[in-house]
Design a protein around this ligand. Structure first.
Ligand code: PCP
Length: 384
């Protein structure tokens, strides 16, 4: 019904670049089909994700796949994934494999930066509405892996098994015409375990509405300010004012949620006054990581195009510093470091599973090391 390439067409390999169709034909006709090792690298750092879809795509195809677990921080030129097999068996899948990891890793990397920028404050993924709805589960999964505290798309419950969350739209307030009526109705109807986060910027000044909310509704857990960009005032001052008014009314426990055009800099600059950030476009609309797939060995011999390093490689990490040592796969392991690339597929059979919650733990652990080693701002502001 919708203009989406179907699963079976991706799986059969028609969602590919035309030049692979010609390449297959030429190689077949000339009976050339070398055993190759191809690696996926980018010239920037990021958080790797999208592997689970690559494995589903390649299942049943006679290749071996090694990869960093999703959620792993990678640095420029490090292989995040390696595919080994007869070239003709996987040539046409380069486009889809790259699409899966480039897009997902782009979202994960931006979400990781947002979460790092927020310090101990929360980041919520609010942005699936900025992308094609067919991608909602992929986007929420990529953001979740990178450590966001919650996702808003309801489909995440069905597709990912994680609870979705949210507050209320302006449409609810406008439907009632009166904020207080809408807030009260929300409190009455919505499940008890859902935080009462009242949207306080529909008709009046945010401060005025926040006061009306706590003075008129039985339970208010948080207030949400959704239009910081369109206010002429200084949003920091507005938030501080709201905090003061809540405090003198004995409501200092009421949290403040900020959403609407929130980007990395806003999160970093306002994390001392905001409790949670609802982030849409900045995360969901993140640009892709420009991974490329390059052949680095052919029939057991080193080879690579110019600008790329030949040879199948392993990445060894020092988890205390996040420093990596890249060596040939066949070379000796350095001491005290963990090899990051693990074997996930052997001759088309999955031999290891991906797990988005374990991946999230990996991402959060790296965030902690970045904080401890004082490198926060390097990553937040993308200065690696
Ligand atoms: C949406 C929602 C989120 C916004 C988008 C996040 O606002 O309330 O806070 O997306 P962004 O980071 O790309 O701005 P609206 O579209 O104004 O919808 P509503 O008023 O119904 O909340």
């Amino acid at each position: 019904m919708f203009l989406v390439v179907r699963d079976q067409d991706i799986k059969s390999g028609i969602a590919t670049d035309k030049y692979f169709i010609w390449t297959e034909r030429i190689l077949r006709e000339k009976k050339v089909n070398p055993f190759v090792v191809a690696e996926f690298t980018a010239s920037r750092w990021g958080i790797f994700s999208g592997l689970s879809d690559v494995l589903k795509l390649m299942e049943g195809i006679d290749v071996d796949i090694y990869a960093m677990p999703e959620g792993t921080l990678f640095f420029p030129h490090e292989p995040v994934m390696i595919v080994a097999g007869r070239y003709l068996d996987f040539a046409r899948f380069e486009t889809a494999m790259l699409g899966f990891v480039c897009h997902s890793s782009g979202v994960s990397t931006k979400a990781f930066r947002a979460k790092l920028a927020a310090g101990n404050r929360k980041v919520l993924s609010f942005g699936t509405r900025r992308q094609h709805p067919a991608l909602a589960a992929m986007i929420e999964r990529a953001a979740w892996i990178a450590g966001v505290d919650g996702v808003s798309n309801f489909a995440a419950e069905k597709y990912l098994g994680i609870e979705s969350l949210g507050t209320m739209p302006h449409a609810l307030i406008i439907s009632f015409r009166d904020q207080v009526e809408a807030w009260k109705a929300y409190h009455e109807v919505v499940d008890e375990n859902v935080p009462r986060t009242m949207l306080v910027d529909t008709y009046c000044d945010e401060k005025t509405e926040a006061i009306r909310a706590v003075e008129n509704v039985e339970r208010v857990d948080a207030v949400r300010l959704d239009t910081p960009g369109s206010r002429r005032g200084d949003i920091r001052k507005i938030i501080q004012e709201i905090r003061w008014e809540l405090k003198i009314r004995g409501k200092e426990d009421v949290k403040i949620v900020l959403s609407g055009g929130v980007d990395i800099e806003d999160i970093f600059n306002l994390r001392d006054v905001v409790d949670a950030f609802g982030v849409g476009t900045s995360i969901a609309g993140a640009g892709p990581i420009d991974f490329s797939m390059d052949i680095v060995e052919k029939e057991g011999e080193f080879c690579a195009k110019r600008g790329k390093r030949s040879g199948m490689k392993q990445v060894y990490r020092d988890w205390k510093t996040l420093e990596d040592d890249v060596r040939l796969f066949r070379d000796e392991e350095p001491e005290g470091r963990e090899p990051l690339l693990k074997k996930y597929m052997e001759s088309g059979k999955m031999i290891a599973e991906t797990d988005m919650n374990k991946s999230r733990e990996i991402a959060l652990k790296q965030m902690e090391v970045i904080r401890i080693t004082g490198r926060e701002e390097e990553f937040i502001f993308d200065r690696i």
